[in-house]
Design a protein around this ligand. Structure first.
Ligand code: NAD
Length: 251
C-alpha cells in the first residue's frame, strides 16, 4: 500500500463513482463516499471496509454551496485533508431541444458544472496547502454532441474547459487536473437512456457494442482504472488532459 491520502468521490453510491471509490481505497487511500443521501453510500462504504480499506459516508448535494462546505469540513476532520477529488456526480435530463425545459437545463448545469466548481473550490484549499493534489472531472463522449443531450453535452464540454483552467492555475502547487471522458459505460444512467429510447438494455448494449472498436461496452472498472492512474504520484506530469475511455478513438 502507498502512503495514505484522502480522496473525495462524488456520486459514489453506485455506478462509476462506486467503482472509483473502491479502486482508490484499494490503492491505499481513505475515501469519502459522497452522494445525495448518506444512507445510499452504505453499500460502497461496506465494500471498501470489507476489503480492508477506510471509508466515510457523506450526504451532500454537490450543487449546494453550504452542503459542500459542511461535507468537506467533515471529511477534513474525520479522514484528513482531501487531496484527491473526483467530480463524478451526474444526472441526465435528456430531451430534444424543442422539448427541453429550463428546469432540465438548470438541473444538469447545477450538478455537473456548479457541483464540480463548488467541490473543487472547497478541496483546492487543502491541496495547495499540502502542495499536492489530483483532480479528475468526469466528462463524456457526449461533449462532442449527442442527440437529446443539449444540456448534458454542454455541461460535459464545459467541464473540459474547467479542467484545463484548473491545470493552469493549480499546477505550481503540485496539483494536476484531468478529465476522463467515458463512452458507453454499463450503469443505471445508461439503463435510463435505454428506457427513454424505448429499447431494452440488452438491445442497447448489443447495438452500441457493434459500433465500438473493442466490440464491447465499458464497465465502471474501466473508468476507475484510468482515474486510479491519474491520481497516482507518478502521474504528476499529466495535467489538463481529456482522456477518452471509449473503446476506440475520439478526440
Ligand atoms: P449513475 O446515475 O449510475 O450515478 C450517478 C450518481 O450521482 C448517483 O449515485 C446519484 O445519486 C449521484 N448524484 C446525482 N446528483 C447528485 C448531486 N447533486 N449531489 C451528489 N450526488 C449526486 O451514473 P454513472 O453512469 O455512474 O455516471 C457517473 C458519471 O460519469 C456522471 O458524471 C456521468 O455523466 C458520467 N458519464 C457516464 C457515462 C455512462 O455511460 N454511464 C458516460 C459518460 C460519462
Amino acid at each position: 500500500m502507498s502512503n495514505t491520502k484522502v480522496a473525495v468521490v462524488t456520486g459514489a453510491a453506485r455506478g462509476i463513482g462506486a467503482a472509483t471509490a473502491r479502486r482508490l481505497a484499494a490503492d491505499g487511500n481513505a475515501v469519502a463516499v459522497v452522494d445525495l443521501d448518506e444512507s445510499s453510500c452504505a453499500a460502497t462504504v461496506s465494500a471498501i471496509e470489507d476489503a480492508g480499506g477506510r471509508a466515510l459516508a457523506v450526504g451532500a448535494d454537490v450543487g449546494d454551496g453550504a452542503q459542500v462546505e459542511t461535507a468537506i469540513a467533515r471529511v477534513a476532520e474525520e479522514l484528513g485533508a482531501p487531496v484527491i477529488l473526483i467530480n463524478n456526480a451526474g444526472i441526465i435530463r435528456d430531451n430534444l431541444i424543442f422539448k427541453m425545459t429550463e428546469a432540465d437545463w438548470d438541473a444538469v448545469m447545477a450538478v455537473h458544472l456548479r457541483g464540480a466548481f463548488l467541490m473543487t473550490k472547497a478541496c483546492q484549499a487543502f491541496m495547495t496547502k499540502e502542495k499536492f493534489g489530483r483532480i479528475v472531472n468526469l466528462s463524456s463522449s457526449s461533449a462532442q454532441g449527442n442527440r437529446g443531450q443539449a444540456n448534458y453535452s454542454a455541461a460535459k464540454a464545459g467541464l473540459q474547459g474547467f479542467t484545463k483552467t484548473l491545470a493552469i492555475e493549480l499546477g505550481k502547487f503540485g496539483v494536476t487536473a484531468n478529465a476522463v471522458a467515458p463512452g458507453f459505460i454499463q450503469t443505471e444512467m445508461t439503463a435510463a437512456t435505454a428506457e427513454r429510447m424505448g429499447i431494452s438494455m440488452a438491445d442497447f448494449i448489443a447495438h452500441s457494442a457493434a459500433q465500438i472498436p473493442v466490440a464491447r461496452v465499458g464497465q465502471p472498472d474501466d473508468i476507475a482504472a484510468t482515474i486510479s492512474f491519474l491520481c497516482s504520484e507518478e502521474a504528476g506530469y499529466v495535467s489538463g488532459q481529456v482522456i477518452y475511455v471509449a473503446g476506440g478513438p475520439l478526440d
